[in-house]
Design a protein around this ligand. Structure first.
Ligand SMILES: *Cc1c(COP(=O)(O)O)cnc(C)c1O
Length: 369
């Protein structure tokens, strides 16, 4: 039966099988994730993963989950993980929502809190998943241009809107926005939700988590993929007023009641508990970033000030696509965006280990020659 159903010859000749697609699928423009190469030995500086492994305590917790209990569903509410996250941030578990990566959390945020009559506002240069969620859920949006120096200017968001979302630090620029500016935005925007996507905040920006108690319209999103070295586990979370969190739970329980499996919940909780390892890892990445910025400048690159685990840099005499291709020939992969044209000359380079960054600099030096 199975084989029969899968054969293309079951369809009338000439009729594309995509005619079975829903009209929703026809209109989708999906997100394009950074490459996860199958080749070994590449220096992988293209998707902002952490170059250091997860906390040993997280690995131990993962191993402890292997066993008979895997026949049972996990806790649908991930209560124990929510408790660890709440404790880390000094909040209550009811102010925490967890999901299968912060991408999933953000998807629920768009549907639950940002889908309104007025358009959602986000920067013109930002995380390219935001317009994708708008496309999936039919949400109107408006891109607000960054300044000439790639900064978010809060005053540009003072207009009627169905919500506001931006990463802090922004991606792919790495530029942080001061907490005082975020607070000014919140004060001027009480009637719709403001989402601060803090995927990279642990590498040097000021977190808005402390503002949650003062602003019921604030949602802060975090991921364990970057600063906690767990991109492979797929865990992210949102923090905010308990009533906003309830909206997310409603969407989640209308979609997938068990987004976090037993491994994800246990490993993530142990990672949240290991504050010392987390702080050490971030400090190492920040120290390497300082050296990387200096070495790139020596090669003639202009580097935007970064508070993230990546830098955004351009060379005045070489195109971004050209440099990315030459680096690839030397087994180093970085990320290049050809759209919008304003950033086409830039490379987004993840901060790796000191050795990886030294290899990148060597490869870049040879590419420029
Ligand atoms: C990496 C990233 C995320 C998503 O992280 P997950 O791996 O899905 O948790 C969200 N927002 C921004 C800006 C990111 O760079």
């Amino acid at each position: 039966m199975r084989a029969r159903r899968n054969t293309a010859c079951a369809a009338p000749e000439g009729a594309p099988v995509s005619r079975y697609w829903s009209s929703v699928v026809e209109g989708l423009t999906p997100y394009v994730p950074g490459e996860q190469p199958k080749l070994p030995d590449l220096i992988k500086l293209n998707t902002n993963e952490c170059p250091y492994g997860p906390s040993p305590r997280a690995l131990e917790a993962l191993r402890a989950e292997v066993g008979d209990t895997l026949r049972l569903y996990p806790d649908p509410n991930s209560d124990s993980l929510k408790h660890s996250i709440a404790k880390f941030h000094g909040l209550k578990p009811a102010q925490v929502f967890v999901g299968n990566g912060s991408d999933e959390v953000l998807a629920h945020v768009f549907l639950a809190l940002l889908k309104h009559e007025q358009p959602v506002l986000f920067p013109d240069i930002t995380y390219s998943f935001y317009p994708v969620y708008c496309g999936l859920y039919g949400i109107a949006y408006r891109r607000v241009p960054l300044t000439a120096s790639f900064e978010i200017r809060v005053d540009d968001y003072f207009m009627p809107n169905g919500g506001i979302i931006f990463p802090n630090p922004n991606a792919p620029t790495g530029r942080p926005l001061a907490l005082s500016e975020i607070e000014r935005l919140l004060r001027a925007n009480a009637e719709s939700v403001v989402v601060v996507d803090e995927a990279y905040v642990d590498f040097g920006a000021e977190s808005a988590v402390g503002l949650i108690e003062h602003y019921p319209q604030l949602v802060v999103a975090h991921t364990l993929s970057k600063s906690r070295s767990l991109a492979g586990l797929r865990v992210g979370y949102a923090l905010g007023n308990a009533d906003l969190i309830e909206a997310l739970r409603r969407v989640k329980d209308s979609f997938n009641s068990y987004p976090l499996d037993r491994f994800a919940a246990a490993g993530a909780a142990a990672a949240m508990e290991d504050r010392v390892y987390f702080e050490q890892t971030c400090a190492r990445v920040i120290a390497t970033r300082t050296r990387l910025v200096r070495d790139l400048a020596t090669l003639g690159f202009e580097v935007l000030p970064s508070a993230a685990n990546f830098v955004f840099a351009r060379h005045p005499r070489h195109g971004g696509a050209e440099l990315a291709a030459r680096l690839r020939e030397r087994s180093v992969i970085v990320r290049h965006f050809s759209d919008p044209p304003r950033i086409a000359q830039y490379l987004r380079i993840t901060v790796g280990t000191d050795a990886q960054c030294a290899a990148l600099i060597t490869a870049l030096g040879a590419s420029l020659a």
